[in-house]
Design a protein around this ligand. Sequence first.
Ligand SMILES: CCCCC/C=C\CCCC/C=C/C(=O)SCCNC(=O)CCNC(=O)[C@H](O)C(C)(C)COP(=O)(O)OP(=O)(O)OC[C@H]1O[C@@H](n2cnc3c(N)ncnc32)[C@H](O)[C@@H]1OP(=O)(O)O
Length: 280
Amino acid sequence: MLRCLPTFRARAARAMSTTPSLVQIEKKDNYAIVRLSRAPVNSLNMELLQAIDEAVQSLEQDKNIKGMILSSTNPKIFSAGLDITEMYQPKTKRLREFWRAFQNTYLRLYTTPLATVAAIEGHSPAGGCLLAMCCDSRVMSLGGPLIGLNETKLGIVAPFWMRDVMVNTIGHRETEKMLGLGLQVNALRGKEIGLIDEAVPVEQVHSVAEKLLLEWLSIPSSARKLTKAMMRDETAQKLRSRLDEDRSNFVDFCETDKVQSALAGYLAALKKKAEAKAAK
Ligand SMILES: CCCCC/C=C\CCCC/C=C/C(=O)SCCNC(=O)CCNC(=O)[C@H](O)C(C)(C)COP(=O)(O)OP(=O)(O)OC[C@H]1O[C@@H](n2cnc3c(N)ncnc32)[C@H](O)[C@@H]1OP(=O)(O)O
């Protein structure tokens, strides 16, 4: 048995070196930094969504961990949102499972008793914006990066629960404009409308995120958790009571010719842009 151990260790090490983790977890004293790590742009495919859900769940079960900072290994991109290739020319079974993973990740992150801060160094459109809005606070870097729910610009519609989270964050009228026009804003504008709590130079994003997290963690734990639940459970419950219906709506909507051709056009535009960038 003892002689088997090095072989087992070597195999495990080999497996780790060949299977890059989609989410990196770095534990500090009483909190963890969770870094999205799916190259090139952290687009949220089913496996990344599941990995985020599992990461948060495992931290919830660690009695030493009270909070987390959600971040990215790519300083230019927090997350490019849902992986469009999951929705384009999909297989129905996978599409349903993909949406289930998105629902689960949202519910986990929005209602986790952990204190959560999003450290947004780079772009954060659509699903990326949702992940950030699920956190208790958001810090974003000044300059180029943009954040927002841009779905309408792709010819698709965000589900009611993405809208609800935005309404809870920035209010009804700002959501009406952001969502309807598919707007993305920079950190300064984000701060003006309450989408972002702190807009700072990129090199300060992590230290300010830590400061905000420690502020949440300075509140007596049970009072903080019960208040979070009081603020968020009603919104989460709305989806929990309609999970199947929401999945069916998504699958039906996604499989329409109109949505498929909108997604084809958007993917082609992204590809063209990437090719032009590579040619420079
Ligand atoms: C009524 C009932 C309603 C039910 C629900 C119905 C519908 C569903 C709605 C669901 C809600 C949707 C949420 C979403 O999240 S949709 C995704 C929206 N995301 C975006 O629009 C972002 C698109 N990407 C970009 O804008 C840029 O890529 C960037 C993130 C700003 C990064 O720019 P840059 O660094 O210049 O990188 P590239 O553009 O060159 O991209 C590199 C490669 O990555 C590919 N890519 C980018 N984003 C995605 C994505 N979201 N999914 C898949 N792939 C993506 C890109 O094509 C490049 O690939 P290549 O290197 O192979 O060419």
